[in-house]
Design a protein. Structure first.
Length: 429
């Protein structure tokens, strides 16, 4: 049952056969509006920022040949699209949804991933449900695999030469030996005189067939004329996946995908029709695909950044700046290390002073005698000053010291029987 809908940018006008809700906040990138050719479903038109038409389907008895979709919800570059067509099944209305992850390369190239699982009941990549409202977890259930991108090219951009994408560096060479083997063939064709040229024009692959490869279809790639236009590539792990446009005239779907890996002077490749699958690789051929081995490059033209050590005067300021970028951080690091060492030394010294307690029983004082000393009576102060109290009373019949003795007075000793001199001339060690 078809739902007729007209969408005007900025607000929604719905011609009602059945009342449905439309999320007018969901919109496609402005550069996407227009007519496109897709690697998977052929022609697609983005009528405006919210309406996509003519999305071709695989055959199904209950479905039309193509569906129109409205932009239902989007988050970042993930979009949930809702079909304007509904299915009636067992007295229930089935709403149809599709989830894509969309990226704009420029105004002429885009690519997307189909994130909705294949439905065996609908025989298409669609999500059917009786629910009107769904979310990303419901519809976007497939994991994104980088190599599985589907290319969109704006109509007329190839003919108008608006696309000038440089081909992958893995094939930027002129290979003089090409081996081509179609899937299912017992052996491949070794075309020693066939060349693979991406140096003459780095935006194109030009294959010059000769000998046996020129006289049989299985000795050629999908392009009988041997000319491809590079569209877009994505690197994943050690391989490159390159979407190309077959320049042959009159073919229904001009898209192919090359899986590429370059090892030394040899490039291994497989070609898959339309777009690369989740399992495409440079050495395993997909059913219906082609395997290639490119060897003996007579010229390599990939872009390589060359670093030179000799510079002229005009380059001196840039070199000075480079020295500055190197030397200044080194100076800062050296100063920082010195400051840290000084701080650690200072903290250690402070800690040693703090820990020293002359009155602690655990403190040991080492005294070093550096010279002999002569007794000087003038250093003796009054015993009263030190609260000295003799063991015997001052009025004892046998006083040893005069309690009122002062250094100002002449040092005298009260006679005492059998008392030897108290001090000698010097102190001995």
């Amino acid at each position: 049952m078809m739902i007729v809908m007209t969408i005007v940018e900025g607000f929604c006008v719905i011609n009602l056969i059945f009342l449905i809700s439309v999320d007018c906040q969901c919109s496609f990138p402005s550069d996407l509006i227009g007519n496109w050719l897709g690697a998977d479903r052929g022609g697609i038109t983005f009528y405006n920022s919210s309406f996509m038409t003519s999305y071709d389907l695989l055959p199904h008895d209950a479905l039309p040949e193509s569906l129109d979709f409205t932009c239902f919800y989007h988050q970042d570059n993930k979009y949930i699209l809702r079909s304007t067509t509904k299915l009636l099944f067992a007295n229930s209305t089935i709403n149809l949804f599709l989830c894509i992850e969309l990226t704009m390369v420029d105004s002429y190239i885009a690519y997307y991933y189909q994130l909705t699982e294949y439905s065996p009941y609908l025989t298409n990549i669609l999500y059917g449900t009786v629910n009107v409202n769904v979310n990303l977890q419901d519809v976007c259930t497939r994991k994104t695999v980088a190599r599985n991108f589907i290319t969109l090219v704006r109509n007329g951009s190839i003919e108008e030469q608006n696309i000038n994408i440089t081909c992958s560096s893995a094939i930027q060479a002129i290979f003089t030996n090409v081996t081509i083997q179609h899937h299912g063939e017992a052996s491949g064709f070794h075309c020693s005189d066939t060349t693979w040229d991406v140096c003459t024009d780095k935006t194109r692959i030009h294959i010059s067939y000769s000998g046996v490869c020129d006289n049989t279809a299985v000795g050629k790639t999908f392009s009988s004329g041997g000319m491809y236009k590079c569209i877009h590539s994505i690197d994943e792990d050690s391989e490159t996946y390159l979407s190309v446009w077959n320049m042959d005239v009159g073919i229904q779907n001009p898209f192919s995908c090359f899986s590429l890996q370059r090892i030394g002077n040899t490039t291994y490749a497989t070609e898959t029709s339309k777009f690369c699958s989740n399992t495409s690789s440079s050495t395993i051929t997909e059913p219906g695909g082609i395997s290639l081995v490119l060897t003996d490059p007579s010229e390599v033209c990939e872009d390589i950044t060359i670093v030179t050590t000799t510079v002229g005067n005009d380059e001196a300021p840039y070199l000075t700046g480079l020295y500055g970028l190197i030397v200044i951080p080194v100076i800062i690091i050296v100063i920082g290390i010195g400051a840290i060492q000084y701080r650690l030394h200072k903290d250690k010294t402070s800690q040693s002073h703090t820990d020293f307690d002359p009155f602690s029983s655990s403190t040991t004082i080492h005294i070093e005698v550096v010279s002999k000393a002569t007794f000087d009576p003038s250093i003796i102060h009054s015993a009263r000053k030190y609260n000295f109290k003799p063991k015997k009373s001052a009025n004892s019949r046998w006083p040893i010291f005069d309690p009122h003795w002062s250094p100002k007075n002449i040092l005298t000793l009260n006679p005492a029987p059998k008392v030897a001199p108290l001090y000698s001339d010097v102190f001995d060690d």
